[in-house]
Write a protein that binds this ligand. Structure first.
Ligand code: PA5
Length: 422
């Protein structure tokens, strides 16, 4: 991962010297793992090979058993898997490749309550062999629990007393209603590690099982994360791109840049930016502060929000995520419009440069993070890079990256209001 843009203007020698010691303290705080919920820091390096094999054999069993897998979960319990499948699978995976690969179509559920969506989904699933993977660390979040109840009913009608063989649960080792039910009913289960919170759990069974079911190489994802884990052990602020990015965010926040806009030109990264919004939003925005994470997909949003970027309030900075090389680029039909630019990816790069050029006179701050290519390895690298960057910049801002008291408040309120409802 390579960080360019305005980074050197922000991180002058003087700034680097001033922050070096603080970064080292934060690094040790994370790596000593004395703080709660820091289990993700070395998880990719320590994940047991037998757990990886168990995940792979469970995914193989699911592929044999069903043609459609419904993944039920909300927030950190679904966004990582969704981001990965959108990035690494064909955009027409459900329509075409699931069948060709003999892996199940994947549908996500439980992260919203749209009656129309579920009515249509149940109709569609009548024609499929179905399995359900329900993911909830607490095992008590209302939206996925309600949707899971509907799916249990559906499976019961479809498979009778064999329904429970079609249910896979990923939850806490011992706590919560879902754990209790899974043990009583004998569902196949995987554990969300105690010391890893939802939004830092993509590289655990939470993300890895659905991702493996979509036929994506999870060992390669873990290898990418392990590489990032090694690289990001470097304490030198001049060399560690992850810590440089964390510090840049912190400094920009202090300068009143209260919005970070993640911009992608490769549309397959769109859900990755949704995952980023959750990671940074839930981790960093509390105690009346924090940087609001937003995302734009170009060129689509250049024709709407591009106007805001160009001439709106300059209280944001842009974090552009670019892909250096695409394995399968699309050649363009030669035309006077595109001159010597031969491929779609190259044209995207030209568009990106022209946007940068347009924004520069306004003083818009640009951070550009380049990933080598789109592959399982780089997905693993990106996840680890951003998880660590998020935790470090939260500590720099003086907030706890691993709690989400605001989200817990709303969860508690719904339960109380549901009880009161007549
Ligand atoms: O990151 C988090 O902790 C949250 O986004 C949770 O993942 C989300 O609220 C779902 O919680 P649970 O897995 O307990 O159902």
């Amino acid at each position: 991962m390579k960080l360019t843009g305005d980074i050197d203007t922000l991180l002058t020698e003087d700034v680097l010297e001033r922050y070096q010691e603080r970064i080292e303290l934060i690094h040790h705080k994370l790596h000593q793992k004395k703080e709660p919920f820091t289990g993700w820091v070395d998880y990719p390096a320590n994940i047991s090979p037998s757990l990886v094999e168990d995940i792979l054999s469970c995914a193989a069993k699911i592929s044999q058993q069903c043609t459609a897998l419904v993944v039920i979960g909300i927030g950190g319990s679904y966004l990582g898997a969704k981001a990965c499948i959108e990035l690494l699978q064909s955009p027409f995976y459900n329509e075409r490749y699931a069948h060709l690969q003999h892996t199940p179509k994947i549908y996500f559920a439980g992260h919203h309550l749209s009656s129309i969506y579920y009515r249509e989904l149940f109709k569609l699933l009548q024609e499929e062999e179905v399995a359900v993977c329900v993911i909830s660390k607490s095992g008590t979040t209302l939206e996925p629990a309600v949707v899971f109840a509907l799916f249990k009913e559906f499976l019961q009608q479809k498979y009778g007393n064999r329904a429970k063989e079609h249910i896979y649960a990923i939850t806490d080792r011992s706590k919560g209603a879902l754990r209790q039910e899974a043990d009583e009913q004998g569902y196949t289960t995987f554990v969300v590690p105690d010391d890893i919170g939802g939004r830092y759990s993509v590289l655990t069974p939470v993300g890895l099982l659905p991702i493996a079911c979509a036929g994506i190489d999870i060992k390669a994802i873990l290898a990418g994360a392990q590489k990032a884990y090694q690289e990001m052990q470097c304490l030198d602020l001049r060399l560690n791109e992850c810590y440089r990015y964390s510090l840049a965010r912190h400094l920009l926040g202090k300068k009143g840049k209260t919005i970070e806009i993640f911009e992608v030109y490769e549309g397959k990264l769109r859900y990755f930016t949704e995952w980023l919004k959750q990671l940074f939003g839930e981790s960093g925005c509390k105690d009346g502060c924090g940087i609001f994470p937003a995302s734009l997909q170009m060129s689509t949003d250049l024709h709407s929000m591009g106007q805001f970027l160009q001439e709106g309030r300059q209280d944001f900075f842009e974090t552009v995520i670019t892909v250096q090389q695409l394995a399968e680029d699309m050649m363009l039909i030669p035309s006077p419009l595109t001159g010597q630019v031969n491929t779609m990816h190259q044209l995207n790069e030209v568009i990106q440069q022209s946007v940068r050029k347009a924004h520069a006179p306004n003083g818009t701050v640009n951070l550009t993070i380049a990933v080598e290519n789109i592959s399982p390895e780089t997905f693993g690298e990106m996840v680890y890079f951003f998880e660590k960057a998020c935790a470090v910049s939260c500590y720099l801002d003086g907030v706890n990256p691993f709690d989400q008291p605001g989200v817990e408040d709303y969860k508690r309120n719904i339960k109380a209001l549901v009880k009161e409802a007549k």
